[in-house]
Design a protein around this ligand. Structure first.
Ligand code: GLP
Length: 244
């Protein structure tokens, strides 16, 4: 779906999410959302908050699983995705704290393997992800699944590409402060979601969007693996779609 601008595309995604939340509420069921961070989804979250404050959209039946987190990082650090989610969404809606799940960047290294396995198990126990939203890295990463990530990868610790550390360095005092590791849901974890929206805005994303959508499926462009999913929508503005 190609929209005139980021705002229109973001409102489309927020309304799709709100519709699923309301439908599940009417059925007396939980709604399980897979959430992304970065600059791309900020307006989606702002619109969900607006729908909560002005149109009574309740998050009381919503369970969330975030895609990824830097490692190591304090939850209160300015750059932590845990903090990002509180600031952009969770502090402003009626979600139950026990329904929020974000990979924990504070755990000692020896506990990460179990943490990742538990994370996968919690997603399954919740009934799987109903709606997953994604951004896309300039190198085609989704979550922090860097090029070369296996189609069958699960939640795990990963080494960040240098290009990702450079792309994200504006959030940190300097490049050497950008963590070298992250914990991310795997490609397989993402592909198990029933519905996926990948959003990309602006001209910088145009080349990678073109590769991911129109070229062959390859683990070298992790977002291209979404071609193997049966209900994925790329939500783009005119500029991100300009090389299609
Ligand atoms: C980050 C995140 C991804 C995000 C991507 C794009 O490194 N780990 O989940 O989708 O890079 O970020 P942005 O939306 O700021 O362009």
């Amino acid at each position: 779906r190609i929209f005139n601008n980021l705002k229109e595309g973001s409102l489309f995604i927020a309304n799709e999410i709100a519709a699923v939340i309301r439908q599940k509420q009417a059925e007396g069921k939980k709604c399980v959302l897979g959430l992304a961070t970065g600059s791309s989804p900020k307006t989606v979250y702002a619109e969900l908050v607006r729908l909560h404050k002005t149109e009574g959209l309740s998050f009381s039946n919503v369970v969330t699983f975030n895609l990824d987190e830097y490692y190591p990082i304090d939850q209160d650090a300015l750059q932590s995705y845990n903090r990002y989610m509180r600031e952009h969404l969770f502090n402003h809606v009626d979600i139950k704290p026990e329904n929020i799940h974000i990979p924990n960047g504070e755990l000692p290294k020896e506990e990460i393997k179990k943490h990742c396995a538990d994370y996968e198990a919690m997603i399954e126990e919740a009934g799987g992800i109903d709606v997953q939203i994604l951004g896309i890295g300039n190198n085609g990463h989704i979550g922090f699944n860097e090029p070369g990530s296996s189609r069958f990868s699960k939640t795990r610790m990963i080494t960040l590409d240098n290009s990702t550390r450079i792309a994200n360095s504006f959030e940190f005092p300097n490049i050497s402060e950008v963590p070298r590791l992250a914990v991310t849901m795997g490609i397989d974890t993402i592909l198990k979601a029933r519905k996926i929206y990948l959003m990309a805005w602006g001209p910088m994303k145009a080349p990678v969007v073109q590769k991911a959508v129109e070229e062959l499926v390859t683990e070298q462009i992790p977002a291209s693996l979404l071609q193997q999913h049966n209900d994925t929508v790329y939500v783009l503005d005119e500029m991100a779609a300009s090389e299609l």
